[in-house]
Design a protein around this ligand. Structure first.
Ligand code: ADP
Ligand code: ZN
Ligand code: MG
Length: 663
């Protein structure tokens, strides 16, 4: 069973609205990250040089060499047409090759090379080898200046090319290093984003934020100040410097901050806390300095630091690496805020979903002294949020957003935005032009539990076991007075669960009582007990149930003081992690108390087990009927399920019953 009280659907966390703005002031970017690009360029240059070298050198190397005496004989035989003398080197052009073959008419001239002694002139050498005057005058001799380009190139290239290549490589590398260095020292002007008030498309107003009435009222004051700062300054009022928005993920903190800027018609600078945490110490601090400098220039303005807990955690605990960088960044933020002149007209807003881990220095008066808490939306708020996100989606006449809002307690604004989007996707996939109520209802479950896995087919036996398991949960939930009523039962697997029983409270609630928890534990055990009763065996299916209910029982004892024996003592921190934020701490209680806790947890679970077993034994017939229907239909909606209950003499719970039960 899954009891989704607070759904945190995967992928529902949409990129916060503040992240889509165009970068502010683009820096000329040095090649960075393009390491492979540079390697490629280097290789290309390398091969290019090599091929130039070899083609030039090839003129010399690829030719056949003839000895001087042979050359002399060939000249006498009249086979040579010309000789080019370049220092020691000779380039000999033959009209015919010295073979026995008769020279072809169009025989191409053949070039060979040779060498002479460096001191003696060429003609003298030849006469020494016995070349006749007549033969010699038939040869066209040219002398090339050996200090010519080619000569030098040939001599120096083998030396120079490796040097050039090494220099090139060093140059590239140094450029790369400099590139990343520049990035580090020029504060990512590319990191902070700005929404200018003229950007109508990005502009968000309070009308775009539903619910959150109190938060909006508090923020109205800020808007007022930003609009007409004069009014406040003249009367000598101290204007809040910082506003801390606190609330769970997806409750619309980022959205509200943008709405304040939108309403006040001022530029909105935003940066996320995690973006400060960088490779080099000091970068975060310089970013902060730069960001504030920019904001002051265009004041009045809002600087928004999203997810400030990334930098603003309690300092000096050693938890999280005792990061110097974080401390410096945080200090810089504080320094900037302290340094505001009273009429600076820059307001810092920050958002966090972990106010418990924030450094107390941040919350001191004169800093983030305004704290605005944003809660999960209530029913009305949810309807409003749905309506906002339905604006651009054509809804079919049968849609009733009120019903959807009723069915989505615990959903955050982001979840609801996601729900609307999923519904539109469903409609589009079925080629419809309008979103229907059924699309919306299907999307609730999708957002809550992940997509249905129709492909994950249970075999007959598994299906029967799952049917009894879910029927067990549902039946216990329907009989126990303080358990939430069942909305839907299904044996179609979703996410990791084989089947699920969807229970929803009638009302939103902020608190839960001990009686509710005890019933919840019994409901969670219902699946396990039903399996055991019917099949005399247990599968791995209920392992998640057991984990959840054990945690619940343990929390009742150690955190909420709901145990008579141990009394009203909170033995564990808020996270059940033994107060991690205050440093790693050992258990705060003795072995003896630890044993007592275990015994008490066991008592709670045993008691719930007894009650659930009684219910399932007493109503075994209903259990069989529900399971049979589930095997047949796979999904039972609330009305069908309640009909089944009535047939067997169980009256389904009404809203009033719960209220009268005094919850
Ligand atoms: P947070 O910063 O609190 O995590 P966001 O402000 O980024 O949440 O909200 C995520 C998205 O959820 C928003 O872009 C918006 O579409 C939607 N949303 C959240 N709260 C509301 C609300 N009160 N009204 C309308 N839309 C909302
Ligand atoms: Zn279960
Ligand atoms: Mg956010």
């Amino acid at each position: 069973m899954k009891t989704p009280k607070k759904p945190t659907p995967p992928g529902s966390k949409k990129p916060s609205g503040g992240n889509k703005k165009s970068p502010l002031g683009k820096m000329p970017h040095f090649p960075q990250g393009g390491f492979w690009m540079q390697l490629l360029i280097t290789l290309l240059v390398f091969t290019l040089l090599l091929s130039i070298y070899s083609s030039v050198a090839g003129m010399f190397t690829e030719k056949e060499e003839v000895s001087l005496s042979q050359l002399a004989a060939d000249i006498n035989a009249g086979l040579v047409s010309s000789v080019e003398v370049s220092g020691q080197n000779l380039e000999v052009t033959y009209t015919q090759t010295p073979t026995d073959e008769p020279p072809a008419e169009d025989a191409e001239s053949v070039v060979k090379k040779s060498k002479k002694e460096s001191e003696a002139p060429f003609t003298e050498t030849l006469t020494n080898y016995g070349v006749t005057h007549d033969a010699l005058s038939a040869v066209n001799i040219t002398i090339v200046d050996p200090s010519g380009f080619r000569y030098w190139f040939m001599t120096l290239a083998p030396l120079l090319i490796p040097i050039v290549i090494i220099v090139l490589i060093i140059w590239y590398l140094s450029r790369q290093v400099r590139g990343s260095g520049m990035q580090a020292f020029t504060f990512g002007q590319s990191k902070a984003r700005m929404i200018s008030p003229d950007d109508k498309q990005q502009r968000v107003l309070f009308d775009d934020v539903a619910g959150a009435k109190e938060a909006k009222e508090e923020l109205l004051e800020i808007v007022d100040f930003l609009r007409t700062p004069k009014k406040f300054i003249e009367i000598g009022a101290r204007i809040p410097k910082g506003v801390m928005l606190m609330g769970g993920p997806g409750t619309g903190k980022t959205l509200l901050a943008r709405a304040v800027a939108g309403e006040a018609n001022v530029p909105f600078f935003s940066i996320s806390g995690s973006e400060f945490v960088e490779m080099f110490v000091g970068v975060g601090a310089s970013r902060v300095r730069d960001l504030f400098k920019l904001a002051k220039k265009v004041a009045p303005a809002i600087v928004f630091i999203d997810e400030i807990d990334a930098v603003g955690r309690v300092r000096g605990t050693g938890v999280g690496g005792g990061n110097d960088e974080r401390e410096q960044t945080l200090n810089q933020i504080l320094v900037e805020m302290d340094g505001f002149e009273p009429n600076e007209k820059v307001i810092v807003m920050a958002a966090t979903n972990r106010p418990d881990v924030l450094d107390p220095a941040l919350l001191r008066p004169g800093r983030f002294d305004r704290r605005v808490t944003i809660d999960l939306p209530d029913r009305e708020g949810r309807e409003g949020i749905l309506a906002i996100h339905a604006r651009k989606k054509p809804l079919h006449a049968d849609t009733d957003l009120k019903v959807i809002a009723e069915r989505t307690p615990g959903f955050s604004g982001a979840d609801l935005a996601n729900l609307m989007n999923e519904a539109a996707i469903l409609a589009a996939r079925e080629n419809r032009k309008e979103v229907t109520q059924y699309d919306l209802i299907r999307s609730i479950e999708k957002v809550m539990l992940g997509p249905e896995r129709k492909s994950h087919v249970l075999n007959k036996k598994e299906k029967e076991i799952t049917a009894y398991h879910e029927a067990g949960h549902a039946l216990v939930a329907s009989v126990l007075p303080y358990a939430d009523p069942v909305h839907k039962i299904s044996v179609i697997s979703r996410g990791r669960a084989a089947g699920y029983t969807l229970k929803l409270p009638f009302e939103d609630r902020k608190m839960q009582s001990k009686r509710e928890f005890l019933d919840d534990i019994a409901v969670s055990l219902g699946g396990y007990i039903a399996e055991q009763m019917v099949f005399d065996d247990v599968t791995t299916g209920p392992s998640n149930d057991l984990q959840v209910l054990t945690n619940l029982a343990r929390n009742m004892v150690t955190r909420w003081g709901m145990s008579k024996k141990l009394g009203t003592v909170a033995l564990a921190g808020d996270d059940g992690r033994a107060l991690f934020g205050a440093g790693v701490q050992g258990r705060e209680y003795s072995e003896k108390v630890s044993a007592e806790i275990d015994a008490e947890v066991k008592d709670i679970i045993d008691d719930a087990h007894k009650r659930a077993t009684e219910i399932l034994t007493k109503h075994r017939k209903v259990l069989d009927a529900i399971a049979a229907q589930l095997v047949e239909k796979e999904t039972l909606e609330r009305p069908e399920f309640e009909d089944l209950l009535r047939e067997h003499g169980i009256t389904p719970k009404q809203k009033e019953d719960i209220e009268h039960a005094g919850v």
